[in-house]
Design a binder for this molecule. Structure first.
Ligand code: UN1
Length: 501
């Protein structure tokens, strides 16, 4: 399909996309697919101001009515699932299945949010005072700043946006500089949604395009009551104290170093499929990608040789080709980071299988790499770091307690899994002394979570939870209300405070 036609379908003006000062390159071949206009600091002020003004109106719209707007957005997304999925592939390089999968994830969270718009429940709590009622009310929090990463350019934003909308909060969104066009497409689809809905304040969604300094502008602005940021642990370490300084809230979704333990009773056929999808899917550029494999010594050899054979036949290439399973890395620095990690792992005694650049002759300006398996003698410094590339470190264990210790002995705590048919092992892994991650699975890989659960992780992953379950509470403020319907004024804690009159 012609690029301009694709843009047109999504409501983007191709002329506007050719006049900007930021070149957007597709990782597929390095070609420029658009020139977008970057915001200046003054634009940021206007945008946050608009979101703040919109908040004053939107917070008073009943939540189910707010949900209706999200329902219409989901309709728009259903209509444009294929086109937006294709744009995700062009801009981020993930295969088309995953590009459209990401749009499906947006539709799913919108549907979830529509239901939620009638379920923003508070508790009623027994009061210790006679003739009193105590309850909790959840109110809209305020405008939310969302900072998103290139690897899930639209889904992670939508987790935040759909919930923020029904919770009554406008969003100011700073997408990755590498994927601004998908953000502008979401904005265009939302604009259409608003036109159909009628009577919505301007400023419910403001998109800010530009470099890190604009992100800092969001982080420091006290009008943005919540900053929801997805990215590296390094980024989180900068964002968290800055937001804390102004006593704002953060929701951080940072790095993962996700592992799988494979026990002696594991179904290896299933395990191989799960491992390959989790380790090489999205070219290893998911925060939930499988990076460490901890295998029982009885099945180690069989599993590793099957994995190597599978890796040797994985189709790598243009992610628009339906046969391809591994697309390009996002760019040169991702490839360099991968090579540096492999070199370091080699120095630490690792045996590297794969990892080299491929298709360089056909795509000199794109970075395709063969996914790597690295057999490690132990969990070295390199293994403990997250490298955003398809590298799978494999280690051996004998005793499950040791495997769990190794599993948890990394700074990050996002996602994890165990393959076992032994109930005791599975339950031990899920127990309080098992995996220390925010996501712990049995007999499925660590990636590809559904939207219904809370998504996020512990330790250096930042502690935030977004998407399903009760993650909506992040986007609201809780008021505890006590109502006295008696003719007395009893005080809590039985305090007597009588005036002489
Ligand atoms: C991310 O990589 O930032 O669980 C999010 C998954 C996806 C989301 C990943 N649903 O792999």
């Amino acid at each position: 399909m012609e690029l301009n036609q694709l843009y047109g379908n999504l409501g983007l003006d191709p002329d506007v996309l050719s006049t900007g000062d930021l070149d957007v390159r597709s990782p597929i071949d390095g070609a420029v697919i658009g020139k977008v206009i970057q915001d200046a600091a003054a634009d940021l002020e206007t945008r946050i101001g608009r979101a703040d003004a919109a908040f004053r109106e939107w917070r008073n719209v009943p939540a189910p009515r707010r949900g209706d707007l999200v329902r219409l957005l989901a309709e728009e997304l259903r209509t444009h699932r294929e086109d937006l999925g294709r744009l995700v592939t062009l801009e981020s390089g993930k295969i088309l299945q995953e590009g459209t999968g990401e749009v499906q994830e947006m539709i799913d969270i919108c549907d979830f949010a529509v239901g939620l718009s009638r379920q923003l429940y508070g508790l009623t709590i027994a009061s210790e005072r006679p003739g009193h009622r105590m309850m909790e009310t959840w109110h809209p929090l305020g405008p939310v700043g969302v900072i998103s990463a290139f690897n899930f350019p639209v889904a992670v934003w939508s987790w935040n946006f759909a919930l923020a909308m029904v919770c009554g909060n406008p969003v100011v969104w700073k997408p990755s500089e590498k994927t601004p066009i998908t953000a502008l497409a979401c904005q265009a689809l939302f604009r259409r949604t608003c036109d159909r809905f009628g009577d919505v304040p301007e400023g419910l969604l403001e998109v800010v395009i530009g470099a890190a300094d604009l992100g800092e502008g969001l982080v420091d602005d006290p009008r943005l009551r919540l900053i929801s940021a997805t990215g590296s642990c390094r980024m989180g370490r900068e964002v968290a104290p800055r937001v804390a300084r102004r006593l704002g809230r953060t929701l951080l979704e940072l790095g993962g170093n996700n592992a799988m333990i494979v026990g002696p009773s594991a179904d290896l056929d299933l395990a191989v499929r799960a491992i390959v999808f989790a380790a090489v899917g999205t070219a290893g550029q998911r925060c939930t990608s499988l990076r460490r494999l901890i295998v029982h010594e009885d099945v180690h050899e069989a599993l590793v040789s099957r994995l190597k054979a599978a890796y040797d036949t994985i189709p790598i290439g243009n992610p628009l080709d339906p046969e391809v399973l591994v697309g390009p890395l996002i760019g040169a620095s991702a490839f360099d980071g991968m090579q540096a990690a492999l070199a370091a792992a080699r120095d630490e005694g690792g045996a590297v299988h794969g990892g080299e650049r491929v298709l360089e002759d056909r795509c000199a300006d794109a970075y395709y790499a063969k996914p790597a398996i690295v057999e490690m003698p132990e969990q070295t410094a390199t293994v403990r770091e997250e490298t955003f590339a398809p590298i799978l470190y494999v280690m051996k264990y004998r005793d499950l307690d040791d495997a769990i210790r190794l599993h948890n002995d990394v700074p990050q705590g996002l996602s994890s899994s165990i393959f076992t048919n032994d109930l005791r092992e599975a339950e031990a892994f899920l127990s309080a002394s098992g995996s220390d991650c925010g996501i712990a699975n049995v007999n499925i890989g660590p990636s590809g979570a559904e939207i219904g659960g809370a998504f996020g992780g512990e330790k250096d992953t930042g502690g935030g939870r977004e998407s399903g379950s009760d993650a909506w509470k992040n986007y609201m403020r809780r008021a505890t209300n006590t109502v006295n319907y008696s003719r007395d004024l009893p005080l809590a804690q039985g305090i007597e405070f009588e005036l002489d009159s």
